[in-house]
Design a protein around this ligand. Structure first.
Ligand code: 1JT
Length: 292
């Protein structure tokens, strides 16, 4: 049990480990509202953007949501990733796999249409996509090309607005949208460069979308995750030393795990977060609070 229990009308939802979904061997146990014995995302439908392989943050989110009963559609970008995503999604009941390159509006429209046809509604969307040309994530920001700037901002930031509009048409009973950001949105992180500018736009978009969609009971939040060794991160020079640096300085003295980001996404898409919108929540082992 986590937290305290109160009785009668003072009863505040606390969290308890759910025996139904957590076997004693479960690597990443998940929490549910006690007393109810109900799973958190029963009858909920989600869409997950950004799975490349099993180490993806998007997959960690899907895994946490699936353990709480959600059904999900997965999108992949490019034929190269199709097989990976089909294999992973194939492990989950009632899943759907769709191609979706966010620079192609027709593909985005068909993805939402397919979800509408299969499930008849959408309850949550997890946006975990970003792109910048590799050269743009090295050296100085001042040399960023127009092309690199525009593609990074289009794919990493504009896509949230684009997907939020599509999702809102299917979120008839309200919903929750979660996106992934990084500390470089707020402070200069060497080499993060144009991605930092894109993530700043993404976090601001989160607030503007939250303001617009609140009247439809759609919440929009960002998770600012600490660095994680994913496929995207592997393409980055000196990722190993960044992980060591952050791991040594964070209050928890380690790097964050993808499963911890996944569990936070689960919380944000669940009713436990019903009062939270427009926020950027750090899931970074506390790194961002440190001064010197
Ligand atoms: C992208 C990549 C977005 C890597 C990303 C990302 N958001 C966080 N990371 C990890 C990272 C990358 C750098 C960094 C710190 C963390 C790669 C593909 C494009 C999208 O700099 C210190 C460069």
């Amino acid at each position: 049990m986590i937290g305290s229990t109160a009785s009668g009308s003072d009863r505040v939802p606390t969290l308890q480990w759910n025996a139904r979904v957590n076997s004693s061997k479960a690597k990443n146990p998940v929490a549910t509202v006690p007393g109810s014995d109900k799973i958190m995302l029963e009858n909920k439908v989600g869409m997950i953007f950004g799975v490349a392989n099993k180490r993806s943050i998007a997959w960690a989110c899907a895994d946490a949501c699936s353990k709480q009963g959600a059904k999900m559609a997965f999108t992949y970008q490019g034929e190269r990733l199709k097989e990976n995503v089909e294999k992973l999604a194939g492990e989950l009941p009632d899943s759907l796999v769709l191609p979706c390159d966010v620079t192609n509006q027709a593909e985005v429209d068909s993805a939402f249409e397919a979800v509408g046809r299969k499930y008849g509604k959408l309850d949550f969307l997890i946006h975990s996509i970003a792109f910048a040309p590799r050269e743009a994530l090295e050296g100085e920001f001042v040399t960023t090309t127009r092309e690199a700037f525009l593609s990074a901002l289009e794919i990493s930031a504009f896509s949230l607005t684009q997907l939020a509009l599509g999702a809102s048409l299917l979120m008839k009973e309200g919903g929750s949208i979660v996106t992934m950001s990084y500390y470089g949105a707020e402070k200069v992180v060497m080499n993060y460069n144009v991605m930092g500018v894109a993530k700043a736009a993404l976090e601001a978009s989160t607030r503007y979308l939250a303001a617009d969609l609140g009247k439809q009971n759609i919440r929009v939040n960002a998770i600012s995750a600490g660095p994680i060794n994913t496929l995207s991160a592997r393409g980055v020079k000196n990722m190993g030393s960044l992980l060591t640096y952050v791991g040594e300085r964070s209050p928890l003295k380690r790097n964050v795990k993808a499963s911890e980001v996944g569990n936070t996404a689960l919380f944000l898409v669940s009713d436990l977060a019903s009062g939270i919108t427009g926020e950027t929540i750090y899931v970074d082992c506390g790194y961002n609070i440190m001064g010197v």
